[in-house]
Design a protein around this ligand. Structure first.
Ligand code: MG
Length: 340
């Protein structure tokens, strides 16, 4: 058969610990896993669907049912296939990411190249942070033990107890910290006091301090902050960069927001032109989507790709930061193997 055959199945990611952030808490993440078969080869893809992004297993499956690759003569022409799909259907960023990731895996396998070589990205070992949610003192200390091999800690703030959380961490380690407020701060003067205090406590950056629509207070804080203020919820795709460029010092790029590898790469190029720093992040995901992101990791300033080590039921062997390091695999495509 001379067409791509697409199949998929819903899958529930089972989190090792309940994941608490300033706006919600959960113990699972819904996902949809995709298989793309062509000429005897299979590419794997994944849509991870944290509820706040509004896509569901049902909406992703409806999207996948509409996919038709028959009009593309060259099934390895990533840019025309992906832009064709993007132009046909609005939204559905994670669903598009599942197609983008599977197609990169497939094309890499057809060409015999790992994804990072397809983009001529240098291979470099990067250090990822280990994420600690909003937890009891006891659980924070337990998670810090789990993070023993990691050089960076990422911590969720925006609780009203932010100083207490950092003080707890500082009783156990002086490792540098990435602070993620998840839109939790309300008052800009208090935010500035806290930002300076965090800086004095070896916090390297602050992610999404205010509501994503509040560019005015964000710009005010960013002008005065001794450390970079990074956009996460405020940035999804390439077209968002110009809207936020004057309010932030950097962006957190995630494949599930960006519609996949192809646009994430374009966002990295554009962010550099705008003099914005780059964090490469993730949702809770299997080693499929984490390995996909790992191919871009050497282009980032900071890497937060620990989503696959926070779940109990990974389905793939791939890039896994058990020792705190991220380095892309040299096997063709994403460099992953299905293990169940
Ligand atoms: Mg974030």
């Amino acid at each position: 058969m001379n067409n791509i055959k697409l199949s998929w199945y819903p899958y529930t990611l089972d989190l090792k610990h309940p994941f608490n952030i300033s706006i919600n808490s959960r113990t699972t993440t819904p996902a949809v896993l995709v298989e793309m078969e062509y000429k005897g080869m299979v590419g794997y893809g994944e849509a991870s669907l944290p509820p706040y992004l509004k896509e569901t297993q049902k909406s992703v499956q409806l999207f996948l049912r509409k996919m038709d690759f028959s009009s593309y003569d060259d099934k390895t022409d990533l840019s025309s296939i992906l832009s064709g799909i993007d132009n046909l259907f609005p939204g559905s960023n994670a669903a598009k990411a599942s197609i983008d990731i599977a197609l990169h895996d497939l094309v890499g396998k057809i060409k015999g190249l790992p994804v990072y070589k397809m983009y001529e990205i240098p291979k470099r070992e990067m250090f990822t942070s280990y994420t600690i949610g909003i937890d009891s003192t006891e659980m924070i200390l337990h998670k810090l033990e789990e993070a023993e091999n990691f050089n960076y800690i990422k911590v969720k703030l925006g609780t009203g107890d932010d100083r207490k959380i950092i003080n707890t961490i500082r009783t156990a380690t002086d490792k540098p910290i990435f602070a993620d407020v998840n839109q939790g701060w309300k008052n800009r003067e208090e935010a500035l006091d806290l930002t300076i205090w965090l800086y004095e406590n070896n916090v390297l950056l602050i992610e999404q301090p205010f509501h994503k629509s509040n560019l005015k207070d964000t710009a005010w804080l960013n002008e005065r902050s001794p450390i970079p203020i990074i956009a996460d919820e405020a940035v999804q795709r390439l077209s968002d960069l110009d809207k936020i460029k004057n309010a932030y010092s950097g962006i957190n790029i995630k494949l599930m927001k960006s519609t996949g590898i192809s646009e994430a790469y374009k966002m990295i190029i554009r962010a550099r032109q705008l003099n914005l720093k780059i964090m490469l992040g993730c949702m809770t995901e299997t080693s499929c989507a984490i390995s996909a992101a790992a191919h871009l990791s050497s282009l980032a300033d900071w890497v937060d790709l620990d989503g696959n080590i926070l779940i109990n039921n990974d389905l793939f062997d791939g890039v896994k930061a058990t020792q705190g390091k991220i380095i892309p695999n040299d096997l063709p495509g994403l460099g992953i193997k299905k293990i169940f």
